[in-house]
Design a protein around this ligand. Structure first.
Ligand code: NAP
Length: 307
């Protein structure tokens, strides 16, 4: 791979930013990758582990000469962050983000955008339940999707260059409209996270059980809910507050299906349950065939491995 941008600035130095950093070094995609994080603690950690060629204490110094600025902060603060840096962005630079919701980011960032800066929102469909500057790794985006959501008037050359950068990070890239993105992600990510949070919350409410059996016997499915429900609270609060309509639409459908399954159980309608579970099993096969998860039993966990 060859250098795509001379200078890249990462704003926010958590899981996604640190993975972008390590993957861009692996692929030699940038002459220099600099960074800024809000807290001195995170900046100190970044310097200690060699995350970024330079870590700045002032966000404006970090972005001043950057050819690409990547906003890697929670969705709810994207607009505020751009307001702080807008007047020092380099003319001709590309501004992008990695937020999990797109329409709200576009609405909050656009009013602050200076003339001559290209805004190309993006969202890598890759992550883990870990967060912070130590959690990133170069392989995070390998063979995962990264969706680009160019806004009206975005120069095609700016989008094409960002596409090359994401491909260099290991991702497969597609373009998508913002509202469609938010609906698709409500189905594939946002609603499932809310359901996992709910399931773990229900178990926690049953304290008598949680104290002993639920943790002890967690391998039976519940463990996978707890992994998802361990995701960063700030990030997920912002996702639900900013992708409200699409999430509520999907949760409405979910509730209807849940009631139908509940009725089938109550009425002993085994055919309904069997047909339903046969249909859902096919979805899992499709995900494996698309290379988006491992076919290994139990998500590839080693037998006998401690949970
Ligand atoms: P993370 O590991 O928690 O890191 C978030 C970073 O944002 C930290 O450096 C934090 O600074 C900074 N930050 C938090 N609140 C801020 C504020 N009010 N003002 C300025 N900076 C603030 O999060 P992440 O997982 O990398 O997520 C970053 C973005 O990627 C989010 O928009 C998320 O929606 C998106 N995303 C996440 C995933 C995932 O699975 N995690 C996947 C795809 C996209 P401090 O360290 O100083 O607190």
């Amino acid at each position: 791979m060859s250098i795509v941008y001379d200078r890249v600035a990462l704003i926010g130095l958590g899981l996604i930013a640190s993975s972008i950093f390590w993957a861009s070094k692996r692929g030699n995609l940038a002459g220099e990758v600099v960074g800024y994080a809000r807290s001195a603690d995170t900046r100190d950690t970044a310097r200690e582990i060699g995350l970024c060629d330079t870590v700045y204490d002032d966000i404006r110094d970090a972005v001043r000469d950057a050819d690409l600025v990547v906003l890697c902060v929670p969705v709810g603060v994207m607009g505020d962050v751009v307001a702080q840096i807008a007047d020092v962005l380099k003319p001709g630079a590309t501004l992008t983000d990695v937020g999990s919701v797109k329409r709200d980011v576009i609405t909050s960032v656009t009013p602050h955008l200076p003339q001559g800066v290209h805004f190309v929102p993006a969202h890598p469909l890759a992550g883990t339940e870990h967060s912070g500057p130590r959690s990133g790794f170069a392989e995070l985006f390998d063979n995962r999707w990264s969706l680009l959501v160019p806004v009206d008037g975005t120069a095609p050359a700016a989008t094409a260059k960002l596409r090359r950068f994401w491909e260099g990070l290991g991702a497969n890239v597609e373009e998508m409209d913002a509202d469609h993105h938010d609906l698709v992600l409500a189905v594939t990510s946002h609603a499932p996270h809310l359901i996992a949070y709910t399931m773990v919350g229900v178990a926690d409410d049953l304290r008598r059980v949680t104290d002993s059996e639920v943790v002890k016997y967690s391998a039976a499915g519940f463990r996978d809910f707890t992994r998802i429900a361990a995701s960063d609270p700030t990030m997920w609060r912002d996702v639900f507050l900013t992708n409200k309509d699409a999430t509520l639409e999907i949760l409405g459908r979910f509730t209807e299906e849940l009631f139908a399954l509940q009725r089938a159980i109550r009425q002993g309608d085994g055919d309904h349950l069997f047909d339903y579970f046969t249909r859902t099993r096919a979805i899992r096969r499709g995900i494996i065939e698309a290379g988006q998860d491992t076919d290994a039993p139990n998500f590839g966990r080693t037998p006998g491995q401690k949970p």
